[in-house]
Design a protein around this ligand. Structure first.
Ligand code: ADP
Ligand code: MG
Length: 353
């Protein structure tokens, strides 16, 4: 009952919008399924911050995206960009559209930040407040990358604990929130909520092949087709345990970790070439390393050096994320408890070895 009252009160006080409440600003993105603009709201009374918004005009898939964002704002709000409102807009010329509104979180995605020669130093003050007193070098870079990874896995754990698999985790879909000084996940357009069977298997074609795990379908094809909602609610924890669909996102997050450690893999061509090599070694990172390390250029060697710090704890985490079999990949929650994130844990690892 309390939850019901809360939802009701929240609903009343949350601003609602219609089409005429926005002045379009810069176009931020355009995909096959929608266009995204920075907009300013003309609705009064509102502060400057409240007027600074992002609008996505989406095709029919926008319905699912609104549903996912509503669910996230109730269950794990800090994981994703702050969703404000979504509505259906029928348009006689363009057919119908879904309009989705978020707070403008900030200027840069992780992809933008990773493009800079300065990365990861350009992120340092953004997330850590002030510059560390360590000299520039591997230790310091590792610390920054560690913080980014912790924030990503924290956001992902929120989604997964809610029953949502994102399915399109990539640096372009990770925004730096200037307000909370953390990275948040955006773009739930391809997400699936397995607890209620929403967007169960369809739209595999949406997936970005550069970051997709090798399994084509996140649920086994032997799983019967999506049960209707009430049945799915009861069954899906079992289906979840059977298929571990969340590990699809873990693989993508592992690739982001890899790109942060190896500057050469930050370009499209670098990543595509890496994917080709990894496939050749049957998705075995250790085998890949054995083959490339002896004749590696300085840049690649430096990446291995970074991951080998503190007894190879970073490499250990990376190899437990990027694995062929979903079942063998670590979960977001377990990854957060990995000794990589924990100075005390270093000792634990030295005992394990
Ligand atoms: P799509 O990839 O379908 O075009 P996204 O939801 O990923 O749509 O948004 C496109 C781009 O818009 C993002 O890469 C990001 O640069 C920007 N963007 C999206 N949401 C926000 C937000 N809440 N705050 C700031 N920028 C955003
Ligand atoms: Mg996107």
């Amino acid at each position: 009952f309390d939850m019901f009252v809360l939802a009701f009160v929240e609903r009343i006080f949350r601003p609602t919008y219609r089409k005429d409440d926005f002045v379009l600003g810069k176009k931020l993105g355009e995909g096959a399924f929608g266009v995204v603009y920075r907009v300013s709201s003309t609705k009064k009374p509102s502060s400057k911050k409240e007027r600074d918004l992002v609008l996505k005009k989406a095709t029919e898939y926008g319905a699912v995206e609104i549903w996912m964002n509503e669910r996230v704002r109730r269950a794990c709000a800090s994981s994703c960009a702050d969703f404000v409102y979504g509505f259906f807009e029928s348009n006689s010329k363009k057919g119908s559209e879904y309009w989705l509104i978020w707070r403008f979180e900030g200027e840069s995605t992780l992809a933008d930040l990773m493009q800079s020669k300065e990365f990861p130093y350009n992120v340092e003050t953004m997330i850590l407040g002030e510059v560390q007193d360590l000299p520039k070098g591997l230790e310091r870079e590792n610390k920054i990358i560690q913080t980014i990874m912790r924030q990503l896995l924290f956001a992902l754990d929120g989604l997964h604990s809610t029953g949502i698999v994102h399915r399109d985790i990539k640096p372009q879909n990770i925004i730096f929130s200037e307000g909370s000084r953390t990275f948040k996940i955006i773009d739930l357009g391809a997400a699936a909520d397995l607890r209620v069977g929403i967007n169960y298997i369809p739209k595999e074609f949406l997936l970005d092949p550069r970051y997709a795990a090798p399994e084509q379908y996140i649920m086994s094809t032997q799983t019967p087709s999506a049960p209707s909602a009430p049945v799915a609610t009861a069954l899906s924890p079992v289906l979840w345990q059977m298929n571990l669909p969340d590990r699809f996102d873990i693989y993508s997050t592992g690739l982001i970790f890899l790109q942060m450690a190896f500057p050469g893999l930050r370009t499209d061509s670098g990543l595509i070439q890496f994917n080709r090599q990894l496939k050749r070694y049957d998705y075995d990172l250790v085998a890949w390393r054995k083959s490339v390390e002896p004749r590696a250029a300085a840049d690649l060697r430096r990446g291995f050096e970074l991951l080998d710090l503190d007894g190879g704890i970073g490499w250990e985490l990376l190899t437990s994320m990027v694995r062929y079999k979903a079942r063998q990949r670590i979960s977001a929650k377990a990854a957060l408890a990995h000794p990589y994130f924990d100075r005390e844990g270093l000792l634990a690892l030295s005992f394990m070895q």
